[in-house]
Ligand binder design. Sequence first.
Ligand code: AMP
Ligand code: ZN
Length: 112
Amino acid sequence: MDCIFCKIIAGEIPAKVVLRDDDVVAIEDVNPQAPTHLLVMPVRHVSNIDEMSPGTDGALMAKLIATAARLGREHGRDGYRLVINTGPDGGQTVDHTHVHVLAGRHLTWPPG
Ligand code: AMP
Ligand code: ZN
């Protein structure tokens, strides 16, 4: 499978890994949009959250969000933002589910 995040997880492409366990991996985004910009993803390839359901993937979904929130708390000053771009209109460019963690500056709203 030609998935850049699977290749990172397999160690075939270098990345700055900030956290890793059996279920989730967090890396630094190569094109950071904030002083802290991390990507939290499942170890198992799942294209996007539309491919996940609470019944079968509930624990993994919870762990992705909880891990991203913890990293946001740890790296943020006074808050942080979690983003899950999904599908072409959602701005998803890598088809391996990931939660963006943005922190370290005041983030404006609405996004582009
Ligand atoms: P999205 O557009 O929501 O699918 O987010 C994909 C993110 O992956 C973008 O913020 C990219 O900067 C980031 N990205 C793409 N390739 C790499 C890579 N090799 N290492 C780290 N981050 C990457
Ligand atoms: Zn993948």
